[in-house]
Design a protein around this ligand. Structure first.
Ligand SMILES: [Zn+2]
Length: 471
């Protein structure tokens, strides 16, 4: 940790944009530094100083000083697998399931048809809801899995002030899917490649929001497209977001068509590398796990639904150095976009799978899970040098969480409170890229009343169409 020296401030005070002072600080740096009465100075979007509150006095003048008393400052969380286009489906699957059994798999029968009928403006609205939601639960950076009209996601993300990587839903074949891919979602191989590349180029010079390439998954993408996207990733120096090892049906598909399991097949094609970001990564053989360690694709553990897929090897990936973060899989899948809750669910899931059967009291600790949600996510997104911890020189993406609730009393260990007790709704203030975007739970960047009014007009029309479609 830099700059927490005890020497008195010399000369004229330094002017900064934001000074957060008087809070506990959970830095998540390599040394695990925790302060009980700290201060953080932010200028030009970056953290320029961290130290004891007493040392900050007289050292800085700030355009905006935030009183951190009764709060913990901690790094913003990272959602490494989000479906922006499914945001407005929140709760819908549960209510449909009460009326009749859902068609399986859900993503092909409901999610893709829903995304396929969204107009650009609908995706913009979904983005406004999803990204303000992210800030409200302490997520400052997301990786979009790939959806319709990604430029509209980017527009929303820029307005809301969140950091993120947008992506296009990329499908060039519907064979073997057992469900119709809507025409608006299905592209030729050339179109799929061109639209992905031009999307990345359009957002390349942007700072906080950029675009990745995408492959929906191996069943809906031709081998030719997979190879094309993989070489484009090298040329454009970006990552590819995909779903991998997401179910038994996918493994069977790979074995039937290629005589190999999913990750083995991608490794043979030279595509399983550090540019590939593989959401889920659940149904893996021991040999495929070795391929992850060897070729270094990143992964995302979506605890809300990974345990319905199989036995997700989060603990093994984390221990063996695979770049893995946590993800929600979007609001349609479970309902919540709260990564704090994903971490808690992952802890119980890993304990049930790997801890208890081997008589290990704690398979993965809450502290480790918070590290996966911050440092792990940053590494998985290729952003380890910029976000994921509170350190001088990193971008200023941070949260102030309240610690005065009786639900936290009398715990006074900031790391315990942050990793075990805090949930998203305890987040009070959010700073992204050095800008205060939420203060006392009020989103400062968006006219929320106007957003609610627009949703009240448009949402019933969207759902009426969807109901007719899946009836
Ligand atoms: Zn997904």
């Amino acid at each position: 940790m830099a700059a927490s020296d005890s020497a008195p401030a010399q000369g004229a005070p330094q002017h900064v944009d934001i000074l957060v002072v008087g809070c506990a600080v959970v830095t998540m740096d390599d040394a695990g530094t925790v302060m009980t009465n700290g201060a953080i100075a932010i200028a030009d979007g970056a953290i320029v100083w961290i130290g004891e509150a007493s040392q900050a006095r007289g050292r800085f003048t700030a355009a905006n000083t935030l009183d951190g008393s009764g709060r913990i400052a901690m790094p913003g969380l990272i959602d490494a697998h989000l479906h922006t286009g499914q945001q407005l489906l929140r709760g819908k699957m549960a209510s449909l399931a009460r009326r009749r059994p859902l068609k399986i798999p859900i993503w092909k029968n409901y999610y893709i048809p829903f995304e396929g009928m969204l107009e650009p403006e609908d995706v913009y609205l979904s983005g406004m809801v999803a990204y303000t939601n992210l800030l409200q639960v302490g997520t400052t950076c997301f990786a979009e899995a790939g959806g319709p009209h990604p430029d509209e996601m980017g527009r929303a993300a820029m307005e809301v002030g969140v950091r993120g990587f947008i992506a296009l839903s990329t499908v060039d074949q519907s064979r073997g899917t057992g469900a119709a891919v809507p025409g608006s979602m299905l592209m030729t191989t050339d179109q799929a490649l061109e639209r992905n590349v031009s999307l990345v180029k359009r957002w390349k010079s942007n700072d906080r929001v950029q675009a990745w390439l995408a492959l929906r998954q191996i069943i809906t993408c031709s081998p030719e497209l997979i190879r094309g996207i993989a070489s484009a990733a090298i040329e454009l120096d970006v990552k590819i977001h995909t779903h991998l090892a997401e179910g038994t049906y996918e493994v069977d598909y790979a074995l039937e068509n290629f005589g190999k399991r999913s990750a083995e097949w991608l490794a043979d094609m030279g595509v399983l590398n550090e540019r590939l970001h593989c959401a889920h990564s659940v149904t893996l053989s021991p040999e495929e796990m070795d391929l992850y360690v060897r070729y270094k694709p990143s992964a995302c553990h979506c605890a809300f639904n990974n345990y319905a897929i199989g036995a997700p090897p989060l603990i093994e990936m984390w221990r063996r150095g695979v770049a893995i973060g946590l993800g929600t899989d979007g609001a349609a899948a479970w309902g919540s976009l709260d990564i704090f809750q994903v971490a808690h669910a992952a802890k119980v899931g890993q304990q049930a799978l790997w801890g208890t059967p081997n008589h290990i009291r704690t398979a993965l600790s809450s502290d480790e899970l918070l590290k996966i949600a911050t440092r792990g996510g940053a590494r998985a997104l290729g952003m380890a040098d910029q976000i994921g911890s509170l350190e001088v020189g990193k971008r200023a993406d941070l949260l102030l969480v309240d610690t005065r609730d009786m639900d936290q009393y009398p715990a006074d260990d900031p790391l315990f409170v942050a990793s075990s007790l805090v949930v998203g709704r305890d987040v009070r203030d959010v700073i992204v890229d050095g800008k205060l975007v939420m203060k006392d739970r009020e989103i400062l960047t968006v006219d929320m009343e106007q957003l609610h009014a627009r949703l009240a007009r448009r949402l019933p029309q969207i759902m009426e169409r969807f109901d007719r479609m899946v009836a």
